[in-house]
Write a protein that binds this ligand. Structure first.
Ligand SMILES: *[C@@H]1O[C@H](CO)[C@@H](O)[C@H](O)[C@H]1NC(C)=O
Length: 409
């Protein structure tokens, strides 16, 4: 039932969608608006044997991108050129003004800048590496920080800042500017010598009245997460999770639940907050019903936004308790291979939309077992490079050559 392509324009689909909303209202009122915002239909599970098509042997290690030259403005130019020419980021959302400064702040925090293109191969197809934490292990994908180019993003949506995990991607900030403002607050809180300079720089990028005033975080005296939340510096997933932890540390699971609800309501479009809420409800509130509903919705969003690694994904599947891990993978795979020719010929579906949906399902399938197979010592991750050619073919077929070029570059 959940599979029926809710949010679509066809009357029968609308009826099914309304039925689903109605059904859902009786047990998960707070999640329905999230479903509505997710426009991609999701598969119904059916047994399907997934034995070929994907090169699961391509388990080569994550190759480190080449370190770019030291001058941050020329490095920023290289990134901006990549964003404009390869990632086809519209001029309106190109972070031309803030990127050089963002890069210099990252360097100050112990990051080295990396070139955007040479080794995107094993990273998530939409991830554009910017910098790497030099104190962290190079083979750990989470030591990288970068931007995300979402294929069907609205023209005016800023590029989010993200961190790759072993399989999925974690949201760091919805945009560069609010993260830079957070950096200024953090430097001030730590009493860094550079704080004054950073505050000035960040404020020069922000609109009148949006800037940070040196010393403000000390005046409020509530610590970093509460300051960032109360002053609405930005929507940062780790801050929402830190706020939940603060309540849990005091044994106040009710307030933790309220904070977690705020988290998934404000971080829309990403599955992680719902998976997190599901885990919290099951673990600390003993409410498996709400946990199940939240986990199910989390699994309807792009799976790479729901789990950064295989353990998180398995936990969410367990909490959803509707189908097995393998069933999820098989249904995603089956959907990704269905060309839906008849629907297209009858004009029910645009070729472009079908291609984008199939690509999305292929990526979901990667998260389930194509990408990670449980071996003797835990999951073995298949690098994203294993499906990039297939993704590119789908985009090309759907008339999105710029996406095809982007995922292959
Ligand atoms: C960089 O990595 C090290 C080691 O994992 C970690 O302790 C440190 O917090 C990281 N720095 C930043 C700015 O994320």
């Amino acid at each position: 039932m959940e599979s029926a392509g809710w949010g679509r324009e066809k009357p029968w689909r609308r009826r099914i969608w309304l039925f689903f909303v109605f059904k859902c209202l009786s047990w998960c009122p707070s999640f329905t608006f999230l479903l509505r915002s997710h426009s991609t239909a999701r598969p119904r599970p059916r047994r399907f044997s997934a034995t070929h098509a994907i090169d699961t042997n391509a388990q080569d290690q994550l190759a480190p991108p080449a370190v770019a030259s030291t001058s941050h403005s020329s490095v920023a130019d290289e990134h901006l050129t990549f964003l404009r020419d390869v990632a086809a980021v519209p001029e309106a959302t190109l972070p031309s003004k803030e990127l050089p400064h963002f890069i210099s702040l990252l360097q100050r925090r112990g990051y080295e800048v990396v070139s955007p293109s040479p080794s995107r191969g094993n990273f998530h197809p939409f991830f554009i590496p910017l910098a790497r934490n030099t104190s962290a292990d190079e083979s750990n994908p989470s030591s990288y920080l970068g931007l995300l180019k979402w294929p069907s993003a609205p023209e005016d949506m800023p590029l989010p800042v993200v961190r790759p995990g072993p399989s999925g991607v974690s949201l760091v900030s919805f945009d560069i500017r609010s993260l830079m403002k957070r950096f200024a607050v953090e430097e001030d809180l730590r009493g860094d010598e550079t704080a004054g300079e950073t505050v000035q720089l960040v404020n020069s990028l922000l609109n009148e009245g949006e800037g940070y005033e040196l010393g403000d975080v000390h005046r409020l005296g509530l610590g970093l997460p509460r300051y960032l939340a109360l002053k609405r510096v930005g929507r940062f997933p780790d801050v929402y999770e830190a706020l939940v932890d603060l309540h849990l540390a005091k044994g106040d699971t009710y307030s933790a639940m309220v904070a977690s609800e705020k988290y998934y309501k404000e971080v829309k479009g990403w599955g992680r907050p719902l998976a997190y809420h599901a885990d919290l409800m099951a673990t600390h509130r003993g409410n498996t019903e709400v946990a199940r509903d939240a986990a199910k919705v989390a699994l309807k969003l792009p799976i790479w936004t729901t789990a950064a690694d295989d353990a998180e994904l398995r936990r969410t599947v367990d909490l959803a308790a509707d189908r097995s891990y393998d069933e999820y993978r098989d249904s995603f795979l089956r959907r990704s291979r269905d060309p839906r020719t008849e629907e297209i010929q009858r004009g029910r579906k645009l070729k472009y939309v079908v291609a984008l949906e199939r690509a999305a399902w292929l990526m979901d399938a990667m998260m389930f077992g194509l990408k990670s197979k449980t071996g003797g010592e835990g999951p073995v991750y298949v690098p994203w490079s294993a499906i990039k050619q297939q993704l590119a073919d789908l985009y090309t077929e759907g008339g999105a050559p710029e996406m095809a070029r982007f995922v292959l570059t």
